[in-house]
Design a protein around this ligand. Structure first.
Ligand code: UDP
Length: 268
């Protein structure tokens, strides 16, 4: 090993709920086998501190609206199941060797872009997440947005999610790294929610994006997407206290930074 590695942050993975239902093997192979290979290498190298990019989708559909770290784990989608399997592998590793220090960051819905407009999301395949798809419509690459269901048990019937600005998410990782490096932390294996504690419906996101961009986003309601749930919102209290971190940016800022990114990179 040429470099001294103290910590690993494992971000890599396939991340589209809808696609995971269509290609389960691809998701299990990439997300689970890929993680396993990394952990084996870490063990060989004697590196035992890791921050893993998990997801709120491990909570699945428990008929809750707000999820704390100790809420039941019932992933609905294949994507969510792959994240839970990896969390469980990490838990077993920690049980067998308490020298491991593990933080599973459960991301809610990261959107937005770096406020410089220089770093943002550029899906290689067809965009399927809400905000990347809205961007395609805003840039006239798609005619309309399909809203997946308006019959959920939410105020306007469309799905509600806890959207978090990517810069806040990045700060959450720095806070987690600082925690792992504290002298008194000798052993650790915990999940931590990274969310704002506020959820927005698909229609509210469309409105916020229209306001930020000055562009109309035509949409049509269609049926629910397999694997989707009505509302997912974080209880971020544990991250607030344990990591001394909290999300700072609101939905308007998430939308204006996204629009800046796509305008500065109009070849996307
Ligand atoms: N959604 C939608 N149309 C789209 C993409 C997403 O109505 O083209 C909805 C989806 O049903 C969910 C929300 O937007 O309620 C966020 O979906 P996304 O795929 O961005 O994230 P997820 O929560 O599924 O990880």
């Amino acid at each position: 090993m040429n470099n001294k590695i103290d910590y690993v942050i494992h971000f890599a993975g396939l991340k589209q709920v809808g696609q995971s239902e269509e290609y389960p093997l691809k998701y299990y192979e990439n997300n689970v086998t890929g993680s396993l290979n990394l952990f084996l290498e870490m063990k060989t190298a004697g590196v035992k501190s890791i921050i893993f990019s998990s997801s709120a989708s491990v909570y699945g559909d428990s008929n809750l609206r707000i999820y704390s770290e100790d809420s039941a784990l019932k992933p609905v989608s294949v994507y969510g199941k792959t994240k839970l399997i990896v969390e469980n592998i990490l838990k077993d590793m920690h049980s067998s060797d308490p020298n491991w220090k593990i933080i599973n960051l459960r991301y809610f819905n990261p959107i937005g872009a770096h406020s410089s407009g220089l770093i943002g999301d550029d899906p290689k395949n067809a965009a399927t997440n809400l905000v990347p798809f809205i961007c395609k419509v805003a840039m006239f690459n798609k005619e309309e947005l399909l809203i997946f269901g308006d019959d959920y048990n939410t105020i306007d019937g469309t799905g509600r999610r806890d959207y978090i600005h990517v810069e806040d998410l990045a700060d959450g990782h720095i806070a987690a790294l600082k925690k792992l490096s504290e002298n008194n932390i000798k052993t650790l294996c915990i999940p931590i929610n990274l969310g704002t504690g506020k959820s927005y419906s698909v229609l509210e996101v469309i409105n916020a994006f229209e306001k930020a961009s000055g562009r109309k986003i035509p949409y049509r309601i269609t049926k629910r997407r397999p694997g989707d749930v009505g509302e997912v919102c974080a209880n971020p209290n544990f991250a607030n206290t344990f990591l001394n971190w909290n999300a700072k940016h609101n939905l308007d800022k998430m939308c204006s930074d996204t629009f800046k990114w796509i305008q500065m990179n109009s070849n996307l």
